[in-house]
Design a binder for this molecule. Structure first.
Ligand code: SF4
Length: 450
């Protein structure tokens, strides 16, 4: 053996200090840890997709089926229950706290009263639902009968979301909606009479026939109804939808749409609402638990049902079922019946993707009158052990230069300009790997045909 090697490395050895490494970080420098910290498992938020719709709106690119029969819905719900059982048997889901359940769609209020209470009974029996768990159901105004409203209340649904889109009859009819503006108002009032005190109304802007003047009428009606939440959706002109194929000249221009957004923001904040996300407003003190927990806190999302999305057990993935493809409910049920999870695609959440996820959704909690919104820099540091500026320095510089975000010692928040183009800003926090893959498929958001 060449003695020169020993001479070269001898300075690294202190025989008085020497130890064989078996733990990292070393025990002498580790702070105290409580039993609670060790036993803690992140909460789980539950999403259940009900793909049934009373009609097909020509702008909609979610996976859905027109008017499923009661029997088909029974079959579907039994598959959803089996999917849940699969997770209960193979993961620690049973012991994890579920703070929110969201029935999305589709139109969950197409379920019969018996089906609604059935599925909620299953969740109550099998899961560890938190006290006061938030249970939301999406709906269309025409499906909100006394029967389903009473059944939902009875079963514990405590947050109702009504997809109105617009109160103007011409706008609604052109989009093949099955209700008028007046029927939407009546449905809202009927829900109130059944005791729903947490109601969201969805409105959509940049639809054909909308003008700034008739959009104002929507705001007036919102001002009268005063729902607890208002959500504004910018039309997604998805190429595979019927509306998506129509000529641009039929739509309000992008600048007109931005004016509709800004006018709504000004109106809602003036009417006392808090902006809880770029496109969402809530009465003071009201929180949208599922969104806050999945975007801001240490919680995971488990999606059940066809085309649902999950961020669960270290994986980000979605189930079979995509708008505009032949894969849907039947394939979903077949996979479940064959004893398989009906997963279409997904990937492991690397530490970097976790940071991107935190930033993408953190920035989407910005609001003009929400001081605790935006990316919480301290939380980022606590969670990932590195300052956010180290990971996203280039993006942050660019966004600040464009005056799309502001940065303080505590937070990174969208400016008013950033709020208008919040989704585009959020994509800038996508990882390089995701951006490169999106470039390859030629789609900035990568959400076509969901
Ligand atoms: S917008 Fe709602 S009701 Fe219309 S097709 Fe889509 S999910 Fe169904």
């Amino acid at each position: 053996m060449d003695k020169r090697v020993i001479d070269r490395v001898a300075k690294f050895r202190d025989v008085g200090e020497y130890s064989f490494i078996v733990e990292y970080p070393p025990p002498l420098v580790r702070p105290a840890l409580t039993e609670m910290d060790v036993l803690h498992r992140p909460g789980v938020e539950l999403y259940i997709h009900i793909p049934d719709c009373p009609y097909i709106c020509d702008f909609c690119s979610f996976y859905k089926v027109k008017q499923m029969s009661d029997e088909m819905r029974d079959k579907y719900l039994s598959a959803v229950e089996k999917e849940l059982d699969f997770y209960l048997a193979k993961t620690d889901l049973k012991s994890r706290k579920v703070a929110s359940v969201f029935f999305g769609g589709g139109t969950p209020t197409r379920l019969t009263p018996a089906q609604f209470s059935g599925i909620l009974g299953v969740l109550r029996d099998k899961l560890n639902l938190a006290d006061g768990v938030e249970i939301t159901a999406e709906s269309t105004p025409d499906t909100l009968t006394d029967g389903i409203l009473a059944a939902m209340r009875e079963a514990g649904v405590n947050r109702l979301s009504i997809g109105v889109q617009d109160f103007n009859d011409e706008v609604l009819e052109a989009r093949k909606r099955g209700h008028t503006g007046m029927q939407a108002v009546e449905a809202f009032e009927r829900a109130r009479s059944h005791g729903f005190d947490s109601i969201n109304i969805d409105l959509m802007y940049r639809l054909p026939l909308q003008t700034l003047a008739n959009w104002e009428k929507n705001l007036e009606i919102i001002g009268r109804l005063r729902p607890e939440y208002v959500t504004l959706y910018h039309l997604r002109k998805e190429k595979r939808t019927l509306l998506g194929k129509q000529d641009e000249s039929k739509f309000p221009t992008k600048e007109e749409a931005m004016e509709m957004y800004l006018r709504s923001l000004e109106f809602l904040v003036g009417a006392g609402y808090a902006q809880i996300a770029p496109n969402q407003f809530a009465k003071p003190g009201k929180t949208f638990v599922q969104q806050e927990r999945k975007w801001h806190e240490d919680s995971e999302l488990l999606g059940l049902g066809v085309s649902s999305y999950s961020w669960f057990n270290g994986r980000s993935y979605r189930n079979i079922g995509r708008f505009g493809t032949p894969h849907g409910v039947n394939e979903y049920i077949e996979a479940i019946e064959a004893g398989k999870l009906p997963i279409e695609s997904g990937e492991k959440i690397t530490p970097l993707e976790h940071m991107c996820h935190f930033a993408v959704f953190g920035i989407k909690t910005s609001g003009v009158n929400r001081p605790d919104g935006g990316i919480d820099k301290q939380l980022f540091l606590q969670k990932f052990g590195v300052p956010i500026e180290m990971v996203f320095s280039e993006v942050l510089e660019k966004l600040k230069k464009e005056e799309l975000v502001t940065e303080t010692a505590a937070r990174i928040q969208l400016t008013i300009g950033g709020l208008i183009v919040a989704e585009e800003v959020a994509t800038m926090f996508y990882s390089k790997s995701v951006q490169e893959r999106l470039e390859q498929v030629g789609n900035k958001f990568g959400r076509e045909g969901l």
